[in-house]
Design a protein. Structure first.
Length: 206
């Protein structure tokens, strides 16, 4: 029997994750059954359970993958000279994860999936651990980016880097919540708003 290549295994795992994400985004985590996922991806139970033991493992893998991608984008940005400003970086990351992440799911659907992940951590300790690790990882990556901003002369040095990092993460979380609850929130709006705030002068306007 021919050996299955790693490329094939990775593609199959990707197929399952994307299908599960579409189901969760469309119908909600608790209203989605594993049979729904099997139907969505067009695979047998054995093929899917080879990779994931159930819905909890699927949602955990989706969350961990999202955090890894976001942290990677921030870490790459911190190595650029000069690093991209927050409006550019947050805009690029949110476009990637809200507009291009899941084939067949719109921005609002994926934003709702992210909010479901947040709420699911209240009952799922393993998922809560994944979320906490991802959050702390993003804080560390943003802190490195703040250091890069300072080295490039783009940011004042009298505010703790971690405070800036947590605030920028909160901006992204708030934008995702708006998209999930109300829809039709273009990423351009976030970019324009951040640019406007970044242009404010510390000196009172006469």
């Amino acid at each position: 029997m021919a050996r299955v290549s790693q490329e094939h295994l990775d593609a199959r795992r990707r197929q399952i994750l994307d299908g599960a994400a579409r189901c969760f985004a469309r119908n909600g985590f608790h209203a989605t059954s594993m049979q729904d996922v099997l139907t969505e991806v067009g695979l047998s139970a054995g093929a899917v359970y080879r990779y994931f033991g159930g819905k909890d493992e699927l949602i955990g893998a989706i969350a961990a993958e999202a955090f890894a991608g976001i942290r990677g984008a921030f870490e790459e940005a911190s190595r650029a000279t000069p690093p991209p400003t927050p409006d550019v970086l947050l805009g690029a990351v949110l476009r990637l994860f809200l507009e291009e992440r899941i084939a067949g799911a719109d921005r609002q659907a994926f934003a709702r999936l992210i909010v479901q992940v947040w709420t699911e951590t209240l009952r799922n300790e393993e998922l809560a651990k994944t979320l906490a690790e991802g959050y702390h990882g993003m804080r560390a990556a943003w802190t490195d980016l703040v250091t890069a901003y300072r080295a490039s002369g783009l940011l004042r040095a009298d505010v703790p880097a971690d405070h800036v990092a947590r605030t920028l993460i909160a901006v992204a979380q708030g934008f995702i919540a708006q998209q999930a609850l109300f829809g039709d929130v273009a990423v351009d709006v976030l970019e324009d708003g951040l640019r406007g705030l970044m242009s404010m002068s510390v000196d009172p306007v006469g």
